[in-house]
Design a protein around this ligand. Sequence first.
Ligand SMILES: [Zn+2]
Length: 168
Amino acid sequence: MSKQKKSWVWQHFVSLPSGDVVSCQHCEKRLTYQGSTTSHLPKHLMNVHGLSRNEGKKKLEQKTILPFVEKLSPREEANINSALVEWIAKAQRPLSIVNDDGFAAFIEKLNPKYCLPSRQTVKSLVQQKFLQVKDNVCQFWSFIQYIFLLFLKLFCLSIVNGYREKRV
Ligand SMILES: [Zn+2]
């Protein structure tokens, strides 16, 4: 490696395997780099990106810090997912609705923090919901069965008692 490669501009350019061509890490513009002549590289950084030797490193670091995006709590996300699944099931929407660009844009307008689940996730959530509903229905029917048997027992008892009373 030559001294030139250590120049500060190399923090912003990547040399491409195809000869004397470099690619700017900021805008992917390709610039030719002949031998050791790199003077036009800092010019590009200065003119296009406002970077100079001293602030170059600082600005690059700032650039790599992603903007802070506030996220929903897992509970909030689960609540919205649950409402989404209920709507999909009740309105008989296809699961692929989550891949619809217009729908995604609409959801983002409603809540930019919410990230639509994948089709696969929605599918498993629908299955979970179905099992949950089935469970509730089973519980409901066993309750009805229990009440019915209880009344049947009381009814039989009253007949037996009535029979006994008649005999006395
Ligand atoms: Zn550039």
